[in-house]
Design a protein around this ligand. Structure first.
Ligand code: XIL
Length: 356
């Protein structure tokens, strides 16, 4: 055993001497990016927008967090402040302040903004949920909400997640206040209203558990075909990408992205995080790195995957521990902002892509 191990060392030494760029005939070895090169710089060279969800309290109070948002990312998504409950807490009374601050920050740092989200079953204002509005009234308030919000941000939002999480995992329609009262047509209406308010923004569907080819993504595929045939302005398929190491990584993500691209859509990863059952250990942490990179690779290999966004980049502010019992550590940087293997893996993949 020992002799074989030694022989291996000798062989490796020989190989590395042969590949030494100092010898005239050997091809130059690629130089790794300098240690202080962030994801943003390598993603720029790979022609991909890289983004993060932003926690506005952290952005205001935590300077190292703020510096990393600017340095590491070329797009931002409001984690909460563009949701309806935040923008219109009382009927007719808008509060755009926090969202405007994010957009100003993005402008100052030459970043694009993903608008999230116009129509959802969650985080709606209490006055929508609790007022017993008639279907006609609900349609009117939804229309007004979409037109008001998209108009307010007109020209300043790159992508809108127009509808969020409209299907169940088995491909049936999710039972929401919108489906119950307005029927399935609410989706086409929402896209038309958003397009009317800002014809230049790219309009996305968005969901989780829709990475690979499965019942849920099949439902989206059928819907997109129908919407496009009817001339509805739907332009993007958003894949949230909330993975968990214990469930593995969907194998056919690239196949799935490609079939939506063939229908004329752009694609994007919009909320990637890869949680794990706590405590973390080296195997889980490695699986996590693979989860992050396999989605990134699918995006880089697809033809029209325009952005890859993580749902927070540090465990210091991640939503995961508050929602998934016993799970956490879902982002590329730990609570002290130190990079995990996932960070290096993302950067290495982008670096390789930049050389193509
Ligand atoms: C989450 C936020 O991260 C939390 O801070 C908030 O309490 C609940 O919503 N899918 C989505 C996001 O589309 O809007 C959700 O964000 C995470 C799941």
């Amino acid at each position: 055993m020992r002799a074989r191990a030694l022989a291996g060392v000798v062989l490796l030494t020989t190989l590395s001497l042969a590949g030494n760029p100092a010898s005239a005939s050997a091809p130059a070895r690629p130089t790794p990016p300098p240690a202080d090169t962030g994801l943003r710089a390598v993603a720029d060279r790979a022609g991909l927008r890289i983004g993060t969800a932003v926690d506005m309290t952290a952005l205001a109070d935590d300077a190292p967090y703020r510096d990393l948002v600017a340095k590491e990312f070329s797009t931002v998504t409001a984690e909460n402040v563009m949701k309806w409950e935040a923008t219109e807490p009382r009927q007719g009374v808008h509060d755009w302040a926090a969202a405007d601050r994010l957009i100003d920050f993005a402008r100052a740092n030459r970043q694009q903004v993903r608008g999230h989200t116009l129509v959802w079953h969650s985080q709606n204002p209490a006055w929508v949920n609790e007022q017993d509005l008639t279907p006609a009234q609900l349609r009117a308030v939804l229309r007004k909400h979409i037109i008001d919000e998209v108009t307010h941000f007109k020209g300043r939002v790159w992508h809108w997640d127009v509808v969020n999480e409209i299907f169940n995992d088995d491909g049936t329609w999710r039972d929401t206040i919108w489906l119950r009262n307005l029927g399935k047509g609410y989706v086409a209406d929402a896209f038309r209203w958003a397009h009317q308010a800002d014809p230049k923004a790219k309009l996305f569907l968005n969901d989780y558990n829709n990475e690979g080819v499965n019942a849920k993504s099949d439902a989206y595929y059928a819907l997109v075909k129908q919407l496009r045939a009817a001339g509805v302005p739907v332009q993007g398929y958003g894949v949230q990408g909330h993975l968990a190491v214990q469930y593995g990584v969907p194998a056919d993500t690239l196949t799935n992205l490609r079939r939506f691209e063939k229908l004329g859509l752009q694609t994007a990863f919009t909320e990637v995080d890869v949680r794990l059952p706590l405590p973390a250990d080296p195997i889980k942490v490695q699986a996590q790195a693979q989860g992050f990179t396999s989605l990134l690779q699918a995006c880089l290999l697809a033809d029209r995957c325009v952005s890859y966004t993580v749902w927070g980049f540090t465990d210091r502010y991640s939503w995961v521990p508050g929602v998934f019992d016993g799970e956490g550590s879902a982002t590329p940087l730990d609570e002290n902002l130190a990079p995990k293997p996932a960070y290096a893996a993302l950067r290495d993949t982008l670096t390789l892509a930049a050389r193509r």
